[in-house]
Design a protein around this ligand. Structure first.
Ligand code: SAM
Length: 371
């Protein structure tokens, strides 16, 4: 099988460099992209406002959607479940969280997602830290998945080779796996450990388990991995994953700082190259991102480009609210203002109605970071 052979050779290369014995895996069926959110739903929530929920009975079956003061509907939740991580990436933004060891229990997460769902949140992306560090991650996914249309996960892939199947059975629909390089030594420099071969196996296991799509997240750094983009496209095509190229991101205060200024690589030129080579372009609803279908050595690969830096268009289409692992609602990754604590009130016995008011307060605090 062509894809299997190619994938195995990638793993052999990486395992050889890390001094491990390679394991041979096969590839499952081709990805089917999930349905896009219907335009009619987007229209409906665009004209709602936060005040609509005052006094209105709202539950998961009859959600009253949230819209911020800039007319942006809030339909997705990025949910951090831990700050613990088994890697030490030299560029990590830690999802904008300040250090905390306080973690929500699966039941608390379920209760808060239920409230979010009653306010029109339709998708949940689970993140961290490293979410697979939580022993109860399967329980968390099983509790959250019935409450929303889609649960996805972003992971460094350390454990995906052994956990993909149980995660999918619990209701996980798709997964993003961080892999910034195929070179074992460069991986070690960027992430602090030698484990890229394990991540490659995890990506293949996720595809095999039927998670769909499996997206490889590659943050691109100037003079480090910017020469690996084509090789990464070939790899993703060979394992039937898609590729998400991400600009190195930071806040305004750190823009001119040594490390960021030195390592930032604008993906504008890359996106132009992809646009000129693509045989098909689709548009992702979140952030109106384009998805390019690119012919590569052995077939095609879908590539998205995430360019948040100084991008007013990116912010103007943002539909996302964030919740930290210690229960703070956060209006934006980069903005440290406007946080609203929902965990302390939940633990003190706040009603769903009171919790809904706190969600609306956080949504009122949302403003485009790049405007
Ligand atoms: N540990 C999980 C992982 O590796 O996917 C989840 C947390 S990680 C913070 C989520 C995503 O953010 C990863 O794809 C990571 O590469 C990306 N990321 C982290 N710091 C970043 C930065 N400064 N700029 C752009 N992306 C970043």
């Amino acid at each position: 099988m062509r894809e299997g052979c190619t994938a195995v050779s990638w793993i052999c290369k990486a395992t050889h460099m890390e001094g491990h014995v390679p394991v041979i895996l096969t590839i499952g069926s081709a990805p089917v992209w999930p349905c896009r959110v219907k335009a009619i739903l987007i229209r409906r929530i665009r004209y709602a406002s936060p005040s609509m929920t005052n006094g209105i009975q709202s539950d998961c079956a009859n959600p009253v959607p949230m819209v911020d003061s800039f007319g942006r509907p809030v339909s997705s939740l990025r949910l951090s479940v831990t700050q613990r991580c088994d890697l030490a990436c030299d560029h990590c933004h830690h999802e904008g969280q300040t250090p905390s060891v306080n973690e929500m229990t699966p039941l608390e997460i379920e209760s808060l997602v239920k409230v979010a769902s009653s306010l029109g949140v339709r998708s949940v992306k689970i993140t961290g830290g490293e979410p697979l560090m939580r022993d109860d991650i399967v329980d968390i996914i099983a509790r959250v998945s019935p409450l929303v249309k889609e649960v996805s996960l972003t992971t460094n892939g350390s454990d995906l080779d052994i956990r993909s199947e149980e995660l999918r059975r619990a209701g996980l629909a798709r997964v993003n796996v961080s892999l910034h390089t195929l070179d074992a030594n460069r991986y070690h420099r960027l992430c602090g450990v030698y484990q890229s071969a394990r991540v490659l196996k995890g990506i293949i296991a996720a595809v095999e388990a039927g998670l769909n799509p499996v997206k490889v997240n590659m943050v691109v750094f100037k003079g480090e991995n910017d020469g690996e983009i084509h090789e990464m496209m070939d790899f993703c095509s060979s394992v039937r994953a898609s590729l998400q190229l991400i600009e190195y991101e930071t806040d305004r205060e750190s823009l001119n700082g040594g490390s960021f200024a030195k390592r930032f690589y604008s993906l504008a030129g890359t996106e132009n190259m992809l646009a000129s080579q693509s045989v098909h372009v689709a548009v992702n609803e979140l952030h109106r991102r384009k998805r390019y279908k690119i012919p590569v050595k052995d077939g095609f690969v879908n590539v998205e480009v995430v360019r948040p830096m100084h991008n007013t268009e990116f912010c103007s289409h943002c539909t996302r609210l964030r919740m930290s692992s210690d229960g703070l609602l956060k209006p934006c990754l980069l903005d440290q203002a406007g946080h609203v604590d929902v965990l302390t009130p939940l633990r003190s016995g706040a009603s769903d109605r009171e919790l809904r008011e706190l969600f609306l307060e956080a949504v009122k605090n949302r403003k485009p970071y790049w405007s």
